[in-house]
Design a protein around this ligand. Structure first.
Ligand code: MG
Length: 314
């Protein structure tokens, strides 16, 4: 499979998962398959909970902001990404993580806001930096393992002062890199990735990424970074199609849009763009509050994916 097929699959797959999971956020386990008992039956992109049919949430909106910064600034410009996040946060997006909102609106400079929030609150290991990481993972993949993991940590640190969030985002970047590279089963190579995780955080990720871990064993709500990443890897590992991976992710309940966005990125990279059903991409749209009323659709996301890959020349 062509790399662009996988990259487009990751970018679109994440957005599809986000839009598919949004209406089920904070719902119970099994709600998705209870409502749509026939696989492939249609109607799953249903809207609800304040979301229009096919509307992507903050996860994808922030991922697009990161992508546009990387492309327009021709590389990693952390103050520029932070400024775009702030502009978006000030424009009343329908949803924004509590911690992300505080960091982006507390008036502190880009390189201190998240760290100070963490010093005061001590809890900052939400999945908010992981949820928006697909575009940067595609962009930095060609730079290699160390570079993509470092970039992941630095972008995560813009809003999350807790190193646990940096490490989870770095693991995700590397998983996406391996998938784009066409590794048939990147999930067997997790020991190699774990070796590059900060030692203070390695054990906890080793637990949730273990092949015998099940999301029912999570010790936190899946709005936290560890079970969110673990659940997404579990959903990819235990299913055999893009559609089934997303259904499994959303059926876990809880933070369904983000778990499905993370799952959709990996499943999209693994199965490729063509595995994502048109009935899910047709209504897909990504509003960008604060950016002139722009709304991205499938063609715009494909263009973005194309540019993210082309910039890296691979
Ligand atoms: Mg969301």
């Amino acid at each position: 499979m062509e790399c662009i097929q996988r990259a487009a699959g990751a970018v679109v797959g994440s957005a599809v998962g986000d839009a598919l999971g949004g209406p089920f956020e904070f719902g119970p386990q099994g709600a998705f398959s209870a409502r749509f008992p026939t696989p492939g039956g249609g109607g799953e992109m249903c809207g609800g909970g304040g979301w229009d049919r096919g509307e992507a949430t903050d996860d994808t909106q922030m991922a697009v902001l990161v992508a546009e910064s990387l492309l327009e600034q021709k590389g990693l410009d952390l103050p520029d990404i932070f400024a775009r996040f702030q502009r978006w946060a000030a424009s009343e997006p329908k949803d924004i993580g509590l911690q992300t909102e505080d960091v982006l609106t507390n008036g502190m400079p880009w390189d201190l806001a998240a760290a100070i929030h963490f010093q005061v609150n001590r809890r900052a290991a939400g999945n908010g930096s992981l949820m928006r990481a697909t575009t940067s993972a595609v962009y930095f993949a060609a730079a290699g393992r160390q570079a993509t993991m470092d970039a992941a940590r630095r972008i995560a640190a813009l809003t999350h002062g807790d190193r646990a969030a940096w490490e989870g985002t770095a693991i995700f970047h590397e998983l996406v890199r391996l998938l784009l590279d066409g590794h048939t089963d990147p999930l067997t190579t997790l020991d190699d990735i774990l070796a590059l995780v900060h030692p203070d955080h390695r054990g906890r990720y080793a637990t949730v990424l273990s092949p015998d871990w099940h999301p029912d064993q999570a010790t936190e709500f899946n709005g936290a970074v560890w079970p969110c990443l673990g659940s997404a890897v579990w959903a990819l590992r235990t299913t055999t199609s893009f559609e089934d991976a997303l259904c499994a992710a959303i059926d876990l309940g809880g933070d369904t849009d983000t778990v499905a966005a993370v799952t959709g990125a990996m499943a999209g990279a693994y199965y490729g763009l063509d595995a994502i059903p048109a009935r899910w991409t047709e209504p897909l749209h990504v509003p960008l509050p604060g950016f002139g009323g722009r709304v991205l659709r499938l063609a715009d996301l494909l263009h973005l994916a194309n540019c993210l890959v082309k910039e890296c020349r691979y």
